[in-house]
Design a protein. Structure first.
Length: 755
């Protein structure tokens, strides 16, 4: 044993120096041997191996427990230090006493015994464990009539109590950092705040019933305060936090939930307010899930700010404020008083559940996200009983199914005021149409007279329309496909070409889209060898068309094709004929951007077959010029297909037909180079007309005419280069302008090798 002062307690010293602690001993200590006493001004150190005693530390004295064991310790105006490796019994410190625990353990096992109790004292607890098997782990009290209470600073420690992990009374403060506080018995609370204050950073508060319970003190104003910073409060069987009043004790609790803190209620409630109590809770940069339940006669005011979110129902909340970039998601019918939105968002639950939000008043500016099952006539509803003001956006969940009656979809009701509600983005996609919103008095409904074709419908019509365009981009004309065959006297050979096209389509139904196609073709042919200038061949290829249908809606058509062709060239007269028959397999898919920001998808496959016949005459002019008038007729049939988007939209497409006629002229020049190569630049113009009109598509039983009929003018330029008798290169560029179809550009490069 090492001490700064060594002594032996005597009956005389006890009689003289401790009369003021007689009641303390009688009430706080179990029946056992009298405690050892540290006299005023003295310092005593308990070392490892010293006998275990109970201790009383008098005013101005110091007791140090240094890696040793001790029984209960009581002090008044004294200092207690318990160092690492020490184990002590209950500690009672009052009247300005200080307690320092570092790596120590404090345990109370006697019935009803608090492990550590401060009354107008202070404590610093680090890396320690405090536990009461039948009462409270840490209790911070205020002496009656005093102007201050107790304070404990806890770092990296664990505190357990059967009834409560810790309790804090009026004017007392508990500061927790990286610590754990838990009530362990059935019905226990993690932290009791009786007009006290607690600050928890990176800590956890758990009770078998409630994580935190906040109560009042008779005859006192003000209330308990709880500040959470990156901390968790959990009630294993009950609410995370309860603010409970009683007759004559109506607490006004202040709760701050900051920086990723969590509230977990085993009964689904994160906050309950009862017994005429008042709770003011601010959620800052945190995300909570659970209900807020306020008993009649009690009051709760809730504020969500700084990117916070709450998922749960609110019942009888007096004031609700939702700041910019913060949100509340309902999980049940809710009732609030004054609701203020400062750029915040209110979401009415999931898409398959529909709720009603009742509020006494509404102010500010915000967004309401609402759902609906239009096929069954169900939707979320906002009901403002009193005055409503401000400008608010409404985002209604999009659907691919048709509404029972669009004009009966009632979205908002107010009791009056100048509030304005508008659909976010201007419309909501419901089935085949997108609808606007109309105001009738103090009510807002979907407007069946303000509708346009929905993105889902645009995608269906666009995919059906784009397949013939893809077919034509693959087939083209003889010159574009195989270059100038006359340069090698129509010999048999093989060829390959790569191409790209961009189309801008505006159908008669008002559906427009852009189509970007790229692909390749290859083929081989042979001469009939019967004295006639005929080539017959086979071809195959693949192309991909990407469709942009605006508002985030896109489509893709993958085409796989094979065909036969026959080409006749008369070198004497210049006449030629080219015939093609081509079969395709189209795999089409769509991603539809909807008005609520979601996306619908759908895909299908279909087959197609088409034929093309081109005739023309190559006329040589003076100075190696030539002119080549030509005409072409093409017909395509694409198989009909029924398919659906995953948002419920159903489409039934008939066979899509296209019948095009084309007439034009090519003018060019043959240039022979010094090395014998032949270069043939040319210009081309043509008039194209689409004759097919009646390509109908049914979408949710609405009929749409997918009509692309009309004329366009084509312009082209290219060059064919014969490097030798066997090898030829060619390139072609074209542009078209028309009533329904524009082609901003088309490009084609190829090579042919003659045998």
């Amino acid at each position: 044993m090492s001490t700064l002062f060594r002594f032996k307690p005597s009956p005389l010293s006890l009689a003289i120096k401790v009369p003021t602690l007689t009641l303390l001993l009688a009430g706080a200590m179990p029946a056992q041997a009298l405690p050892q006493i540290v006299n005023p001004g003295d310092t005593y150190t308990i070392e490892a191996g010293d006998p275990t005693h109970d201790w009383m530390v008098l005013s101005g004295a110091n007791l140090i427990v240094n890696g040793a064991s001790a029984g209960s310790i009581s002090s008044s105006g004294a200092a207690i230090t318990v160092n690492a490796g020490s184990t002590v019994g209950p500690i009672r410190a009052q009247d300005g006493s200080t307690v320092d625990l570092a790596g120590a353990e404090v345990t109370a096992t006697a019935p009803g015994s608090v492990a550590m109790e401060l009354t107008n004292g202070t404590a610093t607890i680090a890396g320690s464990r405090i536990q009461s098997s039948s009462s409270i782990g840490l209790m911070l009290n205020r002496a009656a009539g005093s102007l201050g209470g107790s304070r404990a600073n806890v770092f990296g420690s664990e505190i357990y109590g059967a009834l409560a992990g810790a309790s804090v009374s009026q004017l007392s403060e508990l500061h927790l950092t990286d610590s754990w506080v838990q009530g362990t018995a059935t019905g226990s609370t993690g932290l009791l705040l009786a007009h006290g204050a607690a600050f928890a950073e990176g800590s956890t508060l758990i009770g078998e019933q409630n994580g935190v319970r906040m109560t009042g003190v008779a005859g006192s104003t003000g209330g308990a305060s709880l500040v959470l910073d990156g901390s968790t409060v959990q009630g294993e069987s009950g609410a995370a936090i309860v603010v409970a009043g009683a007759p004559g004790r109506d607490p006004q609790a202040t709760i701050q939930v900051n920086n990723g803190s969590r509230l977990i209620g085993g009964n689904g409630n994160l906050l309950e307010v009862t017994g005429s109590a008042t709770a003011n809770m601010t959620v800052d940069n945190s995300h909570l899930q659970g209900d807020v339940i306020v008993e009649a006669g009690s009051t709760a005011n809730l504020s969500l700010q700084n990117r916070s979110s709450l998922i749960g129902a609110l019942l009888n909340v007096n004031e609700l404020s939702i700041g910019d970039q913060s949100s509340w998601t309902l999980t049940g019918n809710s009732l609030v008083g004054a609701m203020t939105l400062a750029g915040g968002t209110v979401k009415f639950g999931e898409s398959d559940a529909f709720y009603q939000l009742n509020a006494d008043s509404l102010s500010g500016n915000g967004t309401f996200i609402m759902g609906a099952d239009f096929a069954r006539g169900l939707n979320d509803f906002l009901n403002i009983a009193g005055n409503a003001s401000g400008n608010h956006d409404v985002l209604i969940a999009a659907s691919g199914t048709e509404p029972v009656s669009p004009g009966d979809v009632h979205i908002v009701h107010t009791g009056g005021g100048d509030a304005q509600f508008a659909l976010l983005g201007g419309s909501v996609d419901i089935g085949a149409w997108s609808y606007g919103l109309k105001q009738v008095g103090n009510d807002w409904f979907l407007d069946p007279n303000q509708r346009v074709i929905s993105p889902g419908t645009r995608s269906v019509l666009g995919l059906f329309n784009a397949t013939p365009t893809a077919w034509y981009g693959e087939a083209t004309s003889l010159r574009t496909r195989m270059g100038e065959l006359r340069h090698n006297d129509g010999q048999a050979g093989g060829w390959i070409r790569s191409y790209g096209n961009k189309y801008a389509v505006e159908g008669a139904n008002g559906v427009g889209y852009k189509q970007l196609q790229h692909g390749f073709s290859l083929g081989a042919d042979t001469s009939l060898n019967n004295g006639t200038p005929w080539l017959v061949g086979v071809m195959a290829g693949h192309s991909t068309s990407d469709l942009d249908m605006a508002r985030g809606t896109t489509g893709t058509i993958k085409s796989y094709y094979a065909g036969l062709y026959a080409t006749w060239l008369d070198t004497d007269t210049g006449f030629y004929f080219d015939g093609v028959i081509k079969a395709n397999r189209f795999e089409s898919s769509a991603k539809v951007g909807l008005s609520d920001g979601s996306q619908a998808k759908g895909s299908y496959g279909t087959n197609a077959v088409g034929v093309s016949a081109e005739i023309g005459q190559h006329l040589k002019l003076d100075n190696d010029l030539f002119v080549e008038p030509f005409a072409q007729a093409s017909a395509v049939a694409v198989g009909g297909k029924d398919y659906r988007l995953d948002n419920g939209m159903q489409a039934k497409g008939q066979n899509t037909h296209s019948l095009q006629g084309k007439a034009g002229v090519t003018v060019g020049l043959d240039i022979v180079l010094d090395d014998g190569s032949l270069v043939q630049p040319y210009l081309r113009t043509a008039l194209v007309h689409e004759f097919a009109k009646n390509n109908q598509v049914s979408i949710n039983n609405h009929k749409f005419d997918n009509d692309l009929s009309g004329s366009r003018v084509d312009f082209g330029a290219g060059v064919a280069v014969s490097l030798s008798q066997h090898l030829q290169l060619h390139a072609d560029f074209e542009h078209a302008k028309g009533e329904r179809v524009d082609q901003p550009w088309g490009a084609n490069v190829g090579v042919r090798y003659s045998f």
